[in-house]
Design a protein around this ligand. Structure first.
Ligand code: MSP
Length: 503
């Protein structure tokens, strides 16, 4: 891989950032940071942003007594501040109310107007829509989408009955091609269960979709029909292209499009695995390589919702635990991809077990012994421990290429436990009495492993990684950091402060 473009969804500004948004964004950041180390900073592009048009936002703004643009400005700023607090290293932040986005969307719509689908028919046509619309999803609903006549994701929301003349996108024309590229893996929908879900949806038959609304004002106007507003999902999906500068066919666009990975949750899978690829095919543009939909989590067994009062603000987690630990606690809850439950009271337990007593304590212990027995300098030795660091890195890379972010957390924790057991069985405090050579050797091994650990945690815990490297007197990232035995005899070490204070 020589470049890596990764995207998160752009989040609706009707709500301030919550743990669900943070979950996807942190995961994307971890991947981006990993690939920056692999292929260089200039070759990685991480995009996130905010989705600011549509009925849902207009209503939220009205409720707050604000103009939609002012309201969007405020909430979008909250998203940006939260990502900064969580140390998200996004390369850009796109807002759908920005001019650069709007002009790109307009140009794309004009292109679609002239485009023909696989059958040779124009991909856009005028028609009449009659049916139900859920503002919560900002999506049209068919009877088969409903449970007890309600949207299963927004049961409290009243469904609107719409009857309008709209512009339609001939999605049905792309059914065969979509099936082919998903089945062949030319466009990967992951995990496997999500791929099957999308294929069975396609198998049931794709309906054409309305891509404009007459009754909505807050949005981008259809350039060839000013009475219509572009459907918010079409507007939003195009952010992945507008942010790179598709409009001017910029160098950035040429370099980074298509995305290697699009991360999202299962709630918006169909938009990303059906509608976006069909639009791209209509535009004759290459498709993203992987669309990965992770699961949804609940909090203490319940859906996260304002009315239940269990919404967790990621900012508060950072205030309590610091940004690295907050990232860790959010992403280490359950395997990436699955649904899972987050137990609020587990945060403190996990913080103490994995970070304060685990990684943090190991680093203090090792550097404490180096201080006590070798006046804080690296003793003589070469790497002799029977922990296979080479295969550690192989598994680590494989997990990243399979997007198994959680598995690497476990891999790291296993290495921390391995070191604790090694210390307990070698008993350096006894070696100090009678076997100085062995003591040097054991300490050398431990310091070398701590160095590898510092690099391995860096996508997850970037600040902690830097702190450990500083303690090891490594001023800048070593190019060949995975080599074994790079720690040099005589290097001054600095135990300094604990990495994580117990709570
Ligand atoms: N604006 C659209 C996306 C447009 S992308 C072109 C949207 N926004 S959203 O604010 O509702 O964010 C949805 C995304 O937030 C999910 O796909 C997921 O990434 C994240 N999550 C929100 N709640 C979540 C959970 N409870 N669990 C896991 N992820 C969650 O949809």
């Amino acid at each position: 891989m020589n470049k890596f473009y990764i995207t998160t969804p752009i989040y609706y500004v009707n709500d301030k950032p919550h743990l669900g948004h943070a979950y996807t964004t942190i995961a994307a950041d971890i991947l981006a940071r990993y690939y920056r180390k692999q292929i260089g900073d200039d070759n990685v592009f991480l995009l996130t942003g905010t989705d600011e048009h549509g009925v849902k936002i207009a209503q939220a703004a009205e409720k707050a007594g604000k103009l939609p643009q002012d309201f969007s400005d405020e909430v979008s700023a909250q998203f940006q501040a939260t990502w900064q607090k969580l140390n998200i290293s996004n390369n850009d932040f796109i807002r759908t109310t920005e001019f650069r986005h709007e002009e790109a969307v307009i140009e794309i719509l004009l292109k679609l107007k002239d485009a023909k689908g696989p059958s040779g028919q124009p991909v856009l046509y005028q028609g009449e829509y009659e049916g139900l619309y859920c503002t919560g999803c900002e999506a049209y609903k068919t009877e088969s989408d409903l449970v007890d006549g309600k949207c299963p994701d927004h049961p409290k929301q009243k469904l609107n009955h719409l009857k309008e003349a709209n512009w339609f996108f001939r999605l049905s024309d792309f059914q065969t091609d979509l099936k082919k590229i998903i089945e062949s893996g030319a466009f990967k929908v992951e995990p496997e269960s999500r791929k099957n879900e999308v294929l069975s949806f396609i198998h049931d038959g794709l309906q054409d979709i309305a891509i404009s609304r007459a009754s909505v004002d807050w949005g981008i106007k259809v350039p060839f029909d000013q009475d219509q507003t572009i459907y918010v999902w079409v507007d939003a999906l195009l952010n992945y292209l507008s942010a790179l500068g598709i409009k001017d066919n910029s160098e950035k666009f040429q370099k980074f499009w298509p995305a290697e990975v699009q991360l999202l949750a299962k709630d918006i899978l169909k938009f990303h695995a059906i509608i976006l690829p069909a639009l791209l095919m209509a535009l004759d543009l290459p498709l993203p390589k992987v669309c990965f939909a992770h699961g949804f989590f609940t909090i203490d067994g319940q859906k996260m919702s304002k009315s239940i009062g269990n919404v967790i603000d990621p900012n508060e987690l950072v205030d309590t635990y610091g940004s690295d630990a907050a990232r860790y606690l959010i992403i280490s809850q359950f395997p990436f991809g699955n649904d899972g439950d987050i137990k609020a009271e587990e945060f403190v337990k996990k913080y103490n077990a994995d970070l304060a007593n685990g990684l943090g304590n190991l680093v203090s212990r090792v550097l404490g012994m180096a201080e006590k027995y070798f006046s804080s300098s690296v003793p003589a030795g070469k790497y002799t421990a029977d922990f296979d660091l080479k295969s550690f890195w192989q598994t680590y890379d494989k997990n990243f290429s399979d997007l198994k972010l959680y598995d690497n957390i476990q891999l790291i924790q296993q290495l921390v436990s391995w070191c604790d057991n090694y210390i307990d069985s070698e008993k350096p405090w006894e070696l100090a009495k009678n076997n100085n050579d062995k003591l040097s050797q054991v300490l050398y091994n431990l310091i070398e492993i701590v160095r590898h650990l510092a690099y391995a945690i860096s996508p997850y815990l970037p600040e902690t990684s830097d702190q450990i490297l500083k303690k090891l007197n490594i001023q800048s990232v070593e190019e060949n950091y995975r080599e074994i035995g790079l720690v040099k005899e005589g290097t001054k070490l600095d135990k300094g402060e604990s990495l994580f204070m117990r709570k």
